[in-house]
Design a protein around this ligand. Sequence first.
Ligand code: FAD
Ligand code: NAI
Length: 476
Amino acid sequence: MANKQFDVIVIGGGPGGYIAAIRAAQLGFNVACIDEWKNSKGGPAPGGTCTNVGCIPSKALLQSSEHFDQAGHHFADHGIKVEGLGLDLDKMLARKDQVVKQNNDGILYLFKKNKITFFHGRGSFVKAGEAGYEIKVAGAAEESIEGKHIIVATGSNARALPGAPFDEENILSNDGALRIGAVPKKLGLIGSGVIGLEMGSVWRRLGAEVTVLEALPTFLGAVDEQIAKEAKKAFDKQKLKIELGVKVGEIKSSKKGVSVAWTNAKGEAQTLEVDKLIVSIGRVPNTIGLNAEAVGLKLDERGAIAVDDDCKTSLPNVWAIGDVVRGPMLAHKAEEEGVAVAERIAGQHGHVNFNTVPWVIYTNPEIAWVGQTEQQLKAAGRAYKAGTFPFLANGRARALGDTTGMVKFLADAATDEILGVHIVGPQASELISEAVVAMEFKASAEDIARICHAHPSLSEATKEAALAVDKRTLNF
Ligand code: FAD
Ligand code: NAI
């Protein structure tokens, strides 16, 4: 009997894959999506890393731990007395799991709504045939299906340190980091990148003594220096201990916990003894089990699937998107590529503007940016103007009791076009959208400065920072 035929088969049901499947279905294609993620009962849990062990559960725990921290340390400033404050970690983790499940169920519903055939299992290439590509699905049963177009969206996995494999008991990846059963007295993290700061914040707020060991000598090197400095001051106040310029040596794990040998920036030998260790030193593209060799699908030197600007791979009608290809490992980047590829398959002109992909670190204060940093502009020799506005001078921030940080605008010296916007402070994750829209429309700082912003709102700090580019802030 002939294999089931599809116009488009998407391998991987993370934000890249499931969004690509939905867009392809909207465009009239007969679409299948294969995803192997299992929930605790062995059932399907589409949504990938982002939904299951990434964006969604981390933000659920960041929110819960922030409430706990607010009640313990900040409600009193508002005249609210809290007595008998306690932590029910089991409930907090169960709530997080429930939020994840709602998202898994939502995606399964969307598959149905869009008439996408969902396969729960591992998809791998078998061969290229006349009607397209034969894909084996290994789930509860095994079957073969055929697709004219294949979109590979298999995501990424946490990178382990050599000699310290993840056991998810003592040495934790992002997966174990999100389900520690009791607040560790001492928690160590290797890597002060995005996961290190977000996960470090969660467990610090819940009471752990947190030490982060970072190899680079500068804190958040990819972030605008002025913003990174401001953020570091806030993390120091929260007693999130971050050691820069370290060299991590031997890691020993035992029933008692984990011992990490390391050398500090001065070259002095140190030992860190912790109950749990989270290793967050970046992620590797995931092509495990894809059987890419069967069809000759080319990988690049990093093990990512090699693609051009349009997400075309080395094979005709095979596309790859998201964490498994070059570019930032962000859910919204994966989604944008998924939409663009589906539209290209339909003969349309899907596009992704890498210059306007926003970044957000969901700590307190939040850090968000889009476009170029001041150090990048300097290195490129570009003439620019900078304007900053502190939240301290923003009425809404004062009312919130959250005045840390600033908004910073960078604009071209001659044309005033916005080249980058950097925010550290309250609601930075939401505020950055205005900057993304402005840059997408090639707006000038003056455009933002002349737009009416609601009062009192944090977004007035954005307007004021745009005014600061021309040295005419009104409230500072
Ligand atoms: P994934 O989400 O990894 O999905 C790939 C899917 O494919 C998985 O379900 C996997 O099981 C499946 N799969 C793999 N191989 C096969 C196969 N052969 N057959 C069938 N299925 C297969 N990004 C943000 O933008 N914002 C955030 O706040 C954020 N927070 C994060 C927090 C953490 C702790 C982590 C680890 C990541 C976070 N990210 C965040 C990054 C984000 O999760 C990824 O960029 C995003 O998930 C990438 O999407 P994707 O579709 O490419 O891959
Ligand atoms: P990362 O790339 O953000 O940070 C890794 C850090 O580890 C870097 O600072 C690096 O210098 C350091 N490092 C590397 N090797 C080291 C070593 N041997 N010893 C000490 N330090 C070392 O990676 P992370 O935090 O693992 O996150 C992976 C990716 O997941 C992020 O880059 C991001 O794309 C995505 N993510 C996004 C989030 C968001 O958008 N809010 C949240 C969490 C993850």
